[in-house]
Write a protein of this length. Structure first.
Length: 339
C-alpha cells in the first residue's frame, strides 16, 4: 500500500503542499493561531487527542473528526498533504515518508508494545507452522503494508535465517483487523497478526496458538509517533505547543491512572461522540505501550527502523537522520516537568 503511494507522493506533495496545515490567521485571545484541528479516528477506540479534549487539557482547541482509518501510513500521508492537521503511524512508516521528502516532524509517541500491549502472530491450533522457514509460501494477514506489522514479520524471517529471495515468497495480505481472526479460522490466511481486544477475544475462543510476538524481537518499545508538517509548526507555534502538551498529558494520564479509570473514561467518550459504534472493545484496554513518560521520543525509536530499512534496501545509507525526524521541543515531559 505505502509503496505504491510513494511513486505518486512527490507529485502529490507538490500539488498539495500549500494545504499542509490549515492557514493561520490572527492569533486568538488565548494566543493560539488555530482553535480547530482536523483528524482521523478509529472505530471503537479513543485516541490521545480525544482523551485530552475530554480531560480539558486541549481547551480552547476543539477537534474536528473527518472520518476513520485503520492505516498509519494513510493517516500520516493525510497530514502531509493537508487533508488533516495531524496523523500518527509506526515510526518506520514515518522514516519512509520522510525519505520521500514529505515535510513532516514527529512530535510525540502514541503507541507501543509491552508485556500487556503487543502484537502477536497466531496460527491455527493444528497448523504445521512452527518457525520462520515454515512461512515460505504462506499468507500472513496484516492491517496495512509498509508499517509495524510488516516490519516485524520481515525481521522475524531475517533472524530466522531466510534469504531475501525466500522472504519474498512469504505473502502479506491486507485484512481489516476485525476480520483477521475469521480469515485465519476459515483458512484464507495462514497467520494472523492480532493485538488488543481482537487478540484477547480470539485467544478466549481458543483453537489458535502464538507463533511469535513483536516484543520477542525488540523488547518493550514505543512503536509510533504523531506527526505535524513543518509548515504547520512554523505557522502555528502556539497551537503546536498547546496540542503537543495536551497530547503528552493525556498519555501520562493513562500511565498514572488505573486501568479501571482509563476504561471508564474511554467508554464515556465513545458514548458521547455518537458514531454508532461498539464501546465493548475498550474494556480490554491494558496499557498504551508507550515507553517514555508523556510520549517523549527517544532517538533509538527511529534509529532502529532507519537501520532496518537500510538493510532492506528501502532507503539509502545516510538518506534519513534520526535527529531530523522528530522533536521533543513541545513536550513538557522532555524537561522532566509538566504544568
Amino acid at each position: 500500500m505505502i509503496r505504491r503511494r510513494h511513486a505518486l507522493l512527490p507529485v502529490l506533495l507538490a500539488t498539495t503542499l500549500a494545504a499542509c496545515g490549515s492557514a493561520s490567521g490572527a492569533a486568538t485571545p488565548g494566543g493560539l493561531e488555530l482553535t480547530e484541528l482536523r483528524y482521523q479516528g478509529s472505530v471503537g477506540a479513543v485516541s490521545f487527542p480525544e482523551l485530552a479534549e475530554e480531560l480539558g487539557y486541549l481547551a480552547p482547541i476543539k477537534l474536528k473528526w473527518i472520518g476513520n482509518t485503520i492505516s498509519g501510513p494513510q493517516d500520516i500521508q493525510a497530514a502531509a498533504t493537508g487533508q488533516t492537521d495531524f496523523g500518527g503511524a509506526f515510526d518506520g512508516a514515518i522514516v519512509k515518508l520522510a525519505a520521500a521528502k514529505a515535510p513532516i516532524k514527529a512530535v510525540v509517541g502514541y503507541y507501543g508494545s509491552d508485556k500487556d500491549s503487543y502484537v502477536g502472530y497466531y496460527v491455527a491450533g493444528g497448523s504445521p507452522i512452527k518457525g520462520p522457514r515454515d512461512l515460505i509460501g504462506k499468507k500472513i494477514g496484516v492491517n496495512t503494508l509498509g508499517a509495524h506489522l510488516e516490519a516485524v514479520v520481515k525481521e522475524y524471517l531475517k533472524r530466522g535465517g531466510l534469504t531475501p529471495q525466500e522472504i519474498a515468497k512469504v505473502e502479506l495480505v491486507v485484512v481489516p483487523p476485525v476480520n483477521t481472526e475469521q480469515a485465519l479460522r476459515q483458512g484464507q490466511i495462514d497467520v494472523a497478526a492480532l493485538s488488543g481486544i481482537l487478540r484477547d477475544k480470539a485467544l478466549e475462543r481458543g483453537g489458535i496458538r502464538p507463533l511469535f510476538k513483536d516484543i520477542d524481537l525488540f523488547g518493550p518499545f514505543t512503536a509510533g509517533s504523531v506527526v505535524l508538517t513543518e509548515r504547520f509548526i512554523q505557522r502555528n507555534p502556539n497551537t503546536t505547543r498547546k496540542f503537543v502538551a495536551a497530547f503528552a498529558k493525556a498519555v501520562e494520564w493513562t500511565q498514572t491512572h488505573s486501568r479501571e479509570e482509563v476504561v471508564a473514561e474511554y467508554k464515556k467518550i465513545i458514548a458521547a461522540r455518537g458514531r454508532n459504534e461498539d464501546a465493548g472493545g475498550v474494556a480490554f484496554w491494558k496499557s498504551s505501550g508507550v515507553a517514555n513518560k508523556g510520549g517523549v521520543i527517544d532517538a533509538k525509536e527511529f534509529q532502529t527502523w532507519i537501520d532496518w530499512l537500510q538493510r532492506e534496501g528501502e532507503i539509502k545509507p545516510g538518506q534519513v537522520k534520526a535527529a531530523d525526524l522528530y522533536t521533543n521541543q513541545y513536550n513538557p515531559f522532555a524537561s522532566g516537568s509538566a504544568s
